[in-house]
Design a protein around this ligand. Structure first.
Ligand SMILES: NC(=O)c1ccc[n+]([C@@H]2O[C@H](COP(=O)([O-])OP(=O)(O)OC[C@H]3O[C@@H](n4cnc5c(N)ncnc54)[C@H](OP(=O)(O)O)[C@@H]3O)[C@@H](O)[C@H]2O)c1
Length: 267
């Protein structure tokens, strides 16, 4: 039986094993997928260990995506753009190939599952870590009218904006006072730590969508705040999680699972 898994720290909360089990049953594939807790300094050693255990592939989550990028023998174009890897293929010759399916997962969830069109819209990205970097190339491909990155540490947002071409504004969270947006994406880990994002009132244009990449039981504090602020569509990160997993499954197994209905099963 082929072996796969997800590497992270922490990892116990990950729903990826349940999602891959559903995909495998649906497509009649025989595989094992497990959670792998890795200590912060041990990613390279863990990947070597997985080679000896004949793993075929692993997903990578917080906080290893950028570190994994640096350890690959080859990377896809979308991983190169994101400078981060969330899907590793362990090749039979011992080499490692890295890809990033977060961007396509986000776009499929937003545009196909929630029917929100990014083209011509004003987009605000909150955060400047691996998650935002991962989805930025895919959002830019959809040709928004304008993009702003706002981060608690403004310098990181400015550096991230500079690493992409195009008209991208960058600032600290506190500088967001008079602007309005059609799509606001929370890619900070504030919700994970149950911390409030200090955001100004009036961020949303009429009909706006608010998207939190974080997911969990019930609505996140950021999405509750978004509803109170008048966002029309509020979406958490569970659909993105499923869509990025489906793309990883396709890369490894060559068959695309149906993602409709999975959200309800794993909730
Ligand atoms: N649904 C999915 O499939 C999916 C995929 C990828 C990621 N995610 C989620 O996205 C989140 C971010 O992941 P990441 O890999 O980008 O993490 P990361 O690289 O550690 O970045 C964290 C970001 O959050 C900001 N931040 C943290 N606490 C904050 C607070 N209290 N107030 C304001 N900003 C705060 C940080 O700002 P500073 O720069 O100022 O520290 C930084 O920009 C995680 O919760 C992760 O679970 C979900």
């Amino acid at each position: 039986m082929d072996h796969y898994g997800v590497i992270g720290n922490p990892i116990q909360h990950s729903k990826s094993p349940e999602i891959f089990k559903l995909f495998a049953n649906q497509t009649q594939q025989l595989l094992i997928y497990e959670r792998i807790l890795v200590e912060k300094e041990s990613l390279e050693a863990e990947l070597s260990k997985l080679k000896t255990r004949h793993f075929k592939g692993v997903n990578v989550t917080l906080p290893f995506k950028q570190q994994a990028f640096a350890l690959m023998d080859t990377v896809s174009e979308r991983a190169k753009q994101a400078q981060a890897v969330n899907t590793i293929t362990l090749n039979p010759d011992g080499t490692l190939s890295g890809d990033n399916t977060d961007g396509i997962g986000f776009i499929r969830d937003l545009t196909r599952n929630h029917r929100f069109d990014i083209r011509g819209k004003k987009v605000l990205l909150l955060g400047a870590g691996g998650a935002i970097r991962g989805v930025m190339p895919a959002i830019l491909n959809e040709e928004p009218a304008a993009m702003t990155i706002a981060n608690r540490t403004a310098e990181k947002a400015i550096a991230l904006a500079k690493s992409f071409s195009g008209n991208i504004q960058a600032c600290g969270l506190s500088a967001l006072n008079t602007q309005k947006f059609d799509l606001v994406v929370n890619g900070t880990s504030a919700s994970l730590h149950a911390e409030d994002l200090a955001l100004p009132d009036g961020l949303f244009n009429a009909g706006a969508c608010s998207y939190d990449m974080v997911y969990g039981k019930g609505q996140t504090p950021y999405l509750q705040w978004s509803e109170q602020q008048g966002a029309k569509v509020v979406v958490d990160g569970s659909g993105m999680l499923i869509e990025q997993a489906a793309e990883s499954f396709y890369l490894w197994r060559g068959t695309r699972p149906v993602t409709q209905g999975i959200c309800e099963v794993i909730a």
